[in-house]
Design a protein around this ligand. Structure first.
Ligand code: BTN
Length: 262
């Protein structure tokens, strides 16, 4: 790939090539530009740092060296109606990969990864896609994980809300091994989804879910909703039950958890 510092191949049909960069604006942007220009798919972009890393809701994603800032550019067999399942599938695959390194993770709908023992945010997923004529042209699965970073690399505001693997476990992970594992877990999940549907994927999510059963507020593009989180639909949506037992299906949004009583 153009001007990357290191490139290697792995045994994966979905994503056989990994391309490393020193610094980019956003790995999602590099992947999208490459697909549009070269009409090539099936690779991962990884960068040591991002100058304009993108988070949910167009927030800036701080990406200092030591983290895993990566984007998977793939074209799996997928019905467009199942696009909402992709963040769920990606978060589950990433959680399973982290677990093989001894890092237990919980998931907060739709795309947050939290450290199990204190529920601090350790990473997030940002999926972008192109759909045309009832088929998915490509998916870009952006995965950001705070791994070998030290807390002082982040802004003071972020330091209060996130954590890193190094901060929690006082150890460093091999980023190359971790991202290979992530690719294989995501590939396996797509294969599983294609063969058996969403059932086992949702079961894997629910084992690690951190909000089902809780009373929450969701800020979504359609407005602010309050209720109890009761389920995740087969299309990856959150199902909320309002105080008068009405069910609301939410496709995208940010969850606001109740403040802990002191
Ligand atoms: C979130 O807000 O929780 C999602 C964050 C996703 C960040 C990753 S880092 C790699 C990829 N490139 C980006 O610009 N964003 C994603």
């Amino acid at each position: 790939m153009l001007d990357c510092t290191k490139e290697f191949l792995i045994e994966s049909k979905l994503c056989p090539k990994i391309c490393w960069y020193t610094e980019v604006d956003s790995t999602n942007n590099v992947a999208r530009r490459f697909i549009e220009k070269e009409n090539h798919i099936g690779f991962m972009v990884v960068a040591e740092t991002q100058k304009a890393g993108k988070g949910q809701g167009e927030r800036l994603w701080e990406s200092p060296p030591g983290g895993l800032w990566s984007s998977l550019a793939i074209c799996p067999e997928l019905e467009p109606s199942l696009l909402g399942v992709v963040p769920i599938l990606s978060a589950v695959g990433t959680a399973k990969a982290m677990e093989t390194f001894g890092i237990k993770v919980m998931l907060k709908w739709p795309n947050d990864l939290l450290i199990k023992r204190n529920l601090k945010k350790i990473g997030g997923i940002l999926v972008e896609s192109k759909v045309s004529q009832q088929s998915v042209d490509y998916l870009i699965i952006g995965i950001g994980l705070n791994i070998n970073n030290r807390m002082e690399q982040y802004s003071p505001t972020l330091q209060r809300r996130i954590t890193t693997v190094h901060e929690e476990f006082k150890k460093e992970l091999d980023l190359e091994l971790l991202l290979q594992r992530i690719i294989l877990e995501i590939e396996y999940s797509f294969e599983n989804l294609r063969m058996y549907g969403t059932l086992s994927l949702l079961a894997d999510w629910k084992k690690r879910d951190n909000i089902l059963g809780m009373s929450i507020v969701v800020q979504s593009p359609e407005g602010k909703f309050q209720g109890k989180a009761v389920d995740i639909s087969p299309y990856g949506q959150l199902i909320l039950e309002t105080p008068d037992f009405e069910k609301i299906v939410i496709s995208n949004g940010t969850i606001i958890l109740p403040k802990a009583k002191t």
